[in-house]
Design a protein around this ligand. Structure first.
Ligand SMILES: C[S@@+](CC[C@H](N)C(=O)[O-])C[C@H]1O[C@@H](n2cnc3c(N)ncnc32)[C@H](O)[C@@H]1O
Length: 246
């Protein structure tokens, strides 16, 4: 069976075509609707400089640029950046970059980190390095929109095993929850080859995330619990913070 080898899970799984097959319902339409809602709330100036950190194939970044902002998308996956770059223009660029590292100091008016693009690292100081790099990349007073899973919702909707069929591939998914981690193992066969990947995300509570953001120089100005921007509550599916760099 083909396994990710000695790469970290987030270096291998996101860089495959099969990640996008399994998550194809997390599409441009979902991204555009959230961006419309959050931009209406933020009321950004027309020429704002925007970061989409861990942008994937750029579903949010492309739409943000279409709305008139100057947008930079950063991601570790060469495959994702190559695909996103097909949409690049004078207001929109994409670059391979590790989110733990600063890209440009005090450059952005707003930074987005969306759809649980966080909590991947074995060492928690690496998670904190992400928030620190975002803080250092924002202009003073700049805004950070951070969208993470909601730990309670994950526990309450936990399905230990399931099977999903997409584009001719049968994905067998098993999930494991511990105090520290939310782990999803994904097995499938395609092209005569069996594969096994996994996702391993920190089981951070909204409170832990808020404390970490504050420690990294942010003040939380608003929290939402879903992409329609309903208030964050104990049973919200998402934990979305809007924070200001102090
Ligand atoms: C769950 S996907 C979300 C992508 C995108 N935000 C979206 O909503 O479609 C997480 C993304 O994080 C990227 N990623 C993982 N580790 C990274 C790192 N250390 N630095 C930058 N990007 C990373 C992956 O390549 C992947 O594209």
């Amino acid at each position: 069976m083909a396994t990710p080898g000695d790469k970290a899970w987030y270096q291998s799984w996101f860089d495959t075509p099969w990640y996008h097959v399994l998550y194809k319902h997390r599409d441009f339409k979902e991204a555009e609707s959230f961006i419309d809602n959050i931009c209406q709330y933020l009321g950004l100036a027309a020429n704002s400089v925007v970061l989409d950190l861990a942008c994937g194939k750029g579903r949010h970044a492309i739409y943000l640029a279409r709305k008139g902002f100057r947008v930079v998308g950063l991601d570790l996956s060469a495959r994702n950046i190559a695909e996103a770059t097909q949409h690049a223009n004078d207001r929109l660029s994409f670059h391979i970059h590790d989110m733990r590292r600063l890209w440009k100091p005090a450059y952005f008016d707003v930074a987005f980190n969306l759809f649980t693009s966080f909590g991947y690292f074995e060492d928690k100081t690496d998670d904190e390095a992400v928030f620190q790099s975002v803080a250092a990349g924002l202009k003073p007073g700049g805004l950070f929109v951070f969208d993470y899973l909601h730990a309670t919702h994950v526990q309450e909707t936990h399905v230990p095993r399931e099977s999903q069929f997409h584009e001719g591939i049968q994905f067998s998914i098993s999930r494991h929850l511990s105090d520290a981690w939310i782990i999803k193992q994904i097995e499938f066969e395609t092209g005569g080859q069996a594969y096994c990947f996994y996702e391993k995300v920190r089981n951070f509570s909204p409170e832990e995330l808020a404390t970490m953001l504050q420690r990294c120089g942010f003040e939380i100005i608003r929290s939402f619990g879903n992409y329609r921007l309903d208030p964050l509550s104990a049973d919200s599916p998402r934990c979305i913070y809007v924070a200001r760099r102090l």
